[in-house]
Design a protein around this ligand. Sequence first.
Ligand code: ATP
Ligand code: MG
Length: 304
Amino acid sequence: MTLTEIIESFKTKLDPSKIMNSLGKAASFNDESENDSEGNDSREDLKINPYNNSGNDSAKSSNAIRISKNGEDPLIKLTDVWKIYQMGEVEFAALKGINLEIYEGEFLVVLGPSGSGKSTLMNLLGCLDIPSKGKVCLNSKDISELDESELALIRGQMIGFIFQSFNLIPTLSTEENVLLPLEFQEEGRQIARQKAAYLLDIVGLTDKKKNLPSQLSGGQRQRVAIARSLAVNPPIILADEPTGNLDTKTGDYILGFLDGLHEREGKTIIIVTHDLDIVKYATRVVYIRDGEIEKIEKRTKNEP
Ligand SMILES: Nc1ncnc2c1ncn2[C@@H]1O[C@H](COP(=O)(O)OP(=O)(O)OP(=O)(O)O)[C@@H](O)[C@H]1O
Ligand SMILES: [Mg+2]
């Protein structure tokens, strides 16, 4: 399979022009705007969804393309995956023989205590790292056969990352951080800026677009990270403790938002967390402890 074929076969069956249609309401992230946003002019401009334009491109709007070739192959498959960290003479196995298949359209929650290997696992699922032993396949393609530039391309187009520590660039403003993934897309600066504006509106940070990360609260930084993860409209979202630094209310907004991406946009969501409350959104829960999978539970969303 060529790289182009991999990427094509990864493209979501959903028309990307639908992106974010359902998410305008998430502007309620912006508590402050609830009081004064009626008829606000700047919001009028944002009614144009810049993601509609990208849907016109024929390759992207092909509804026939499924991420998995037959809809049954896993999107990501880990076979006997080990991650061993070397610290001088000492070896530490953070993951010990993980077998896991993740399918298109799942809302997968990986639940485990601190130090159980969740972030390590997320790095492997997102092709940010390679296993010490075992195999990681994306859409049946062994990632060890891809070089760094091919992996970067797949990550850039297919996966939106929300990192545990946000990973915002400290010297860039809110707006510039959101624009970053779009720098590598072949589209004009103006469309990229419209997209950034649209996403910042969705997460309620339009008025903070010039702020540096150091001039934002933890929850606001988290929202920038979310806006950035959505910039290229990726079919897969990988989030590491997306609510870890948030109060309950903001955390609920963020999860409702991710839930909307799953329910209405058909995105595959993978969250690693120690937060039991997130389980209620999941279609499947993987329990991990000391680098091993304890059990996997299928569940029905929103049931106790
Ligand atoms: N670069 C590294 N070098 C050595 N050990 C590491 C490294 N990264 C992680 N570890 C160890 O691997 C184990 C798993 O770490 P990981 O960050 O995956 O845990 P986690 O489940 O994400 O924890 P938390 O909930 O606290 O974020 C831990 O014991 C950690 O100390
Ligand atoms: Mg972690």
